[in-house]
Design a protein. Structure first.
Length: 535
């Protein structure tokens, strides 16, 4: 087979051609797999299904991997599936997916693993360029994961951008140990090497193509070298490597990592880490940056600024428990969230969002945050704060509307006041009820009209009441879909999760939103805040 055709092939399973099986159509999602309650189907692979489950003890979201039933009659596939669980169980590293359990269920075999919110490195590469500095930081994190694996005698054998996840917080997670191998293992398949070919050709070392069962640690280093090349290049390589396109300081490292003969390659991942770290911290890095690095770094800095607009949960609010999640989406948006301790045992929670997208939205929202902090003396009364902000925004010709939601909670008066400008409703489940009630009068967004008179809603706030605030505003998105994030969605999701802690509640509602509206949440942000009054 010509080299260029070989590199175009997808991941190879290692099964001989006559044993390849086309997966059956999706069945009904099971209610339980082992002790795990199943919420939905996440993904369908060639040999397995991934489900979203709930851990029976911690109630944390859990990824459940199930071997397709038609493969249960193939001992080599079953052994590989069980081997994956055993290998993950050996590891304990922040950059490697965690194992929660594995076993048999009525449908066959399952593996329960950590659920990761994020995207693959492949998706990240396709969506936007990554700066050289950030690229090398990612590579070092992956390399440390490999170091941990190699220390435990594990060779990954299928390291590629699809098998590396980046969480919403920027953490790296290496996943998919379906063809990983302990160095001491020997194949029992009895198949010729060509029929036992496993891995992904583009990222596969030459020796792995020849005989995948006899590879050692340098094979993983070769794969990491290809990934390093792609990150530094800013796009997928499709099997075409031209080291002359690399920064000079990286050429020497990649030349050694990609040597065809494993004897000439890095033997130890620690040496690779040492060389990459030295280059990352050298003065040469600044001189050899990519042409587009300034734009990439600006985008990364704006994402950092975006995160700084979200205040941390207060730790001294003794009267209540709070839950907070923020889904950032893949684009830049200006979202602001803040918490205020006010006089007379009052507490304020504010969320606001610019209608502008990208860097413009982040900058406008930073201005709004400054205005809010300058008007803190008026923060005890939602209408006064909204009116003052509105006047400043319109009169200063900023020309930017904002959606805003603001709650003031009073434990002394057992009441809350809520004002919504361009946002949806606040939801409340009273202490003696299980039915969510909408709170709020819809006002137009601030920053549009100085003549508008805002109105707020005041209702009782009792011990054991539960509140849910969300940042959905139909006017903020360019293409609102009919019934998208409707009142029915939030009401049902709130009711379904009202019996768990505030933090787990908002996390569960966000997961449901991502599964129900994946396209919408790919393009925009969503903030959820839950409040349980405990005293």
């Amino acid at each position: 087979m010509p080299e260029e055709d070989f590199h175009k092939k997808p991941t190879l399973s290692g099964l001989s051609e006559d044993r390849k099986i086309v997966p059956a159509p999706d069945d009904i999602v099971p209610k339980m797999i082992g002790p795990y309650k199943i919420e939905s189907l996440l993904e369908k692979g060639g040999m397995s299904l991934l489900y979203l489950g709930i851990h029976p003890v911690t109630k944390e979201p859990t990824t459940i991997k199930v071997l397709l039933p038609k493969f249960l009659s193939h001992p080599d596939v079953v052994k590989r599936f069980l081997n994956e669980a055993e290998i993950i169980a050996l590891t304990d590293h922040p950059n490697i997916i965690k194992l929660y359990g594995h076993g048999e269920w009525e449908g066959g075999l399952y593996i329960a693993m950590e659920f990761v919110q994020g995207i693959s490195l492949r998706q990240a590469l396709l969506q936007s360029p990554i700066s050289l500095k950030r690229s090398l930081e990612i590579i070092i994190d992956i390399a440390y994961a490999l170091c941990h694996l190699h220390t435990h005698g594990v060779i990954h054998r299928d390291l590629k951008p699809e098998n590396i996840l980046i969480t919403e917080e920027g953490q790296i997670k290496v996943i998919d140990f379906g063809i990983a191998q302990l160095l001491t293992e020997k194949s029992q398949t009895g198949l010729p090497a060509k029929q036992r070919l496993i891995g992904t050709p583009i990222y596969m070392s030459p020796e792995q193509r020849e005989d995948p069962e006899t590879v050692s640690y340098p094979s993983d280093i070769y794969s990491l070298g290809i990934i390093t090349y792609e990150l530094a290049l800013g796009k997928l390589s499709h099997g075409q490597i031209h080291l002359s396109l690399m920064p000079k300081g990286l050429q020497k490292i990649l030349n050694k990592a990609l040597q065809p003969n494993p004897k000439d390659r890095y033997h130890d991942i620690v040496d690779f880490i040492t060389d990459v770290s030295a280059y990352l911290n050298s003065t040469n890095l600044e001189k050899e940056k990519k042409v587009g690095d300034m734009v990439s770094e600006l985008s990364e800095n704006l994402r950092t600024a975006q995160g700084m607009l979200l205040a941390p949960l207060p730790t001294d609010w003794k009267e209540m428990e709070l839950g907070f999640v923020n889904h950032k989406g893949m684009n830049l948006y200006g979202m602001y969230c803040d918490f205020f301790s006010l006089p007379d045992d009052r507490y304020g929670i504010l969320i606001a969002e610019s209608f502008a997208k990208g860097a413009e939205g982040v900058i406008y929202t930073s201005i709004l945050r400054g205005l809010v902090h300058a008007l803190k003396s008026q923060a005890a009364k939602p209408v006064e704060l909204a009116t003052a902000l509105n006047q400043l925004l319109v009169n200063d010709n900023i020309g930017q509307p904002f959606a805003l939601g603001y709650i003031v909670l009073s434990s002394k008066e057992n009441s809350l006041s809520y004002l919504s400008c361009g946002y949806g409703n606040l939801w409340r489940i009273a202490k003696d009820s299980s039915t969510p009630i909408k709170i709020g009068k819809n006002n137009i967004a601030i920053g549009i009209d100085t003549e508008i008179e805002f109105s707020e809603t005041t209702v009782p706030w009792e011990i054991n009441d539960i509140l849910l605030l969300n940042s959905f505003a139909a006017g903020v998105t360019d293409h609102p879909t009919e019934n998208e994030f409707s009142d029915d969605f939030f009401e049902k999701a709130f009711q379904e999760n009202a019996n768990i802690s505030p933090q787990k509640m908002v996390e569960a509602i966000l997961r449901k939103a991502k599964l129900t509206f994946p396209k919408s949440l790919h393009e925009r942000i969503l903030t959820l805040i839950s409040i349980f009054r405990s005293q």
